[in-house]
Design a protein around this ligand. Structure first.
Ligand SMILES: [Fe+2]
Ligand SMILES: [Fe+2]
Length: 138
């Protein structure tokens, strides 16, 4: 299971976003925990369905936030979200034909960690810098 310490390492100090990332990590943690069991091929389908819904919600929140802030890298960030959703759809189809639990777990873990740490971090820093500048202006 992915520990809270690991999740903490990816926290930005923007509570709502950090909480949503935690939810995504929890889904992946559930899949990781199921890997050694015979249920993993069912859990992988559940995980992909959960992510298909929750990642979409999370991405919509991020995209609105970036739009509201006038974040300059909005388009390229959105493209990485769209790409992820396409991969989820492809994996969902594959998971019906064969057991892809292990590969899927590795992909989801790598993708989420990299996306949060590198891609999301850019808008988070932009957002936090603007909040700070706003406070300093008063
Ligand atoms: Fe995110
Ligand atoms: Fe993102």
């Amino acid at each position: 299971m992915i520990s809270k310490d690991v999740v903490g390492r990816y926290a930005f100090g923007i509570d709502e976003i950090d909480a949503q990332h935690q939810v995504l990590f929890d889904f992946i943690g559930k899949l990781e925990a199921a890997l050694p069991t015979s249920d993993s091929w069912v859990i992988v389908q559940q995980t992909l369905n959960d992510l298909n819904y929750w990642a979409r919600v999370h991405f919509a929140v991020e995209e609105s936030l970036m739009r509201l802030m006038g974040f300059p890298e909005l388009a390229s960030h959105n493209a990485t979200h769209a790409n992820f959703m396409e991969t989820i759809a492809r994996l969902k189809k594959q998971s019906l034909r064969k057991d892809i639990a292990r590969d899927t777990s590795r992909f989801l873990n790598d993708w989420l960690r990299h996306h949060i740490d590198v891609v999301d971090r850019k808008y988070a820093e932009y957002f936090l810098a603007r909040c700070k500048a706003g406070k300093a202006g008063h």
